[in-house]
Design a protein around this ligand. Structure first.
Ligand SMILES: NC(=O)c1ccc[n+]([C@@H]2O[C@H](COP(=O)([O-])OP(=O)(O)OC[C@H]3O[C@@H](n4cnc5c(N)ncnc54)[C@H](OP(=O)(O)O)[C@@H]3O)[C@@H](O)[C@H]2O)c1
Length: 235
């Protein structure tokens, strides 16, 4: 029995691989056949990749961009003609605090979220006249199975990498951070608020850690913020 049946949720789950045109199109076709409209798109699919920049292969970087960034474009492009026709729709892009600040050993993941921020900010201007809202949600650390699904770059697995120590330190620090992160229900509430508000903000931070880090970022010079991150997060 799956979770939907077990908890008697009034929702239908449809398989969709954001990396695959066919899968995206057939999922959307199924929704349109049954419901005739799509009001909300939440671009949430994503995973992390651990490895310092010298240890990550271009193929690994391309793969993470395929899901975390091109996947968003693929699904959004397939949905936009429907929302434009409806003259109504809401798109919530699940970014991260990692879309706003750099961090070692996670540069590929961070880059996908920085790209997503740029995409989302730009789309807002284009879609306003069709009454399509674009909202960014930026969680801090969340207690999901994200760390189990995180990949480790092949080269970083070799123990004589020049970055082994840093990679191991950040990797175990991140896992600990996620274990004690905000419960996912809290993030879901922020996404729901963003998706159902008549007049939503362009972006929402989700989680106290996200608020704390962005507050520090806003109030510090680049140099001071780097010192703060080293002291607070990397110690
Ligand atoms: N956890 C955190 O601390 C954190 C913080 C900030 C932002 N985020 C972002 O929040 C989002 C959700 O992450 P999470 O924490 O919930 O991690 P998660 O528990 O690992 O969930 C990731 C989700 O992405 C889906 N997914 C992965 N590749 C996909 C693909 N090719 N096509 C369709 N779906 C795919 C997975 O589906 P399956 O289960 O079917 O594979 C799963 O539902 C991600 O975008 C992540 O970057 C997470």
């Amino acid at each position: 029995m799956n979770m939907v049946e077990k908890e008697k949720l009034s929702l239908q789950v449809i398989q969709l691989d954001v990396n695959d045109d066919k899968s995206v199109n057939s999922a959307i076709e199924k929704i349109m056949t049954e419901s005739k409209r799509i009001d909300v798109l939440i671009n949430n699919a994503g995973y992390g990749l651990l490895g310092c920049v010298e240890d990550i292969s271009l193929d690994e970087v391309r793969a993470i961009f395929e899901t975390n960034f091109f996947g968003v474009i693929r699904v959004t492009q397939a949905i936009l003609p429907i929302m434009r026709k409806q003259r109504n729709g809401t798109i919530v892009n699940v970014s991260s605090i990692a879309g706003k600040v750099g961090f070692p050993v996670t540069s590929a993941y961070i880059s996908t979220k920085f790209a997503l921020e740029g995409l989302s900010e730009s789309m807002r201007y284009e879609l306003e006249k069709f009454s399509i809202k674009v909202i960014i949600v930026e969680p801090g650390a969340v207690r999901t199975v994200f760390s189990d699904n995180m990949k480790l770059a092949k080269k970083a697995m070799v123990h004589n990498s020049s970055y082994t120590q840093l990679t191991q330190k950040v990797s175990s620090g991140l896992r600990l951070l996620l274990e004690h992160g905000t419960p996912p229900e809290e993030i879901a509430k922020v996404i729901l608020k963003a998706a159902t508000s008549d007049n939503p903000d362009p972006r929402y931070l989700a989680g106290n850690d996200a608020v704390m880090i962005m507050e520090a970022r806003k109030n510090m010079s680049d140099t001071d913020f780097e010192k703060f991150m080293k002291k607070e997060i990397l110690q």
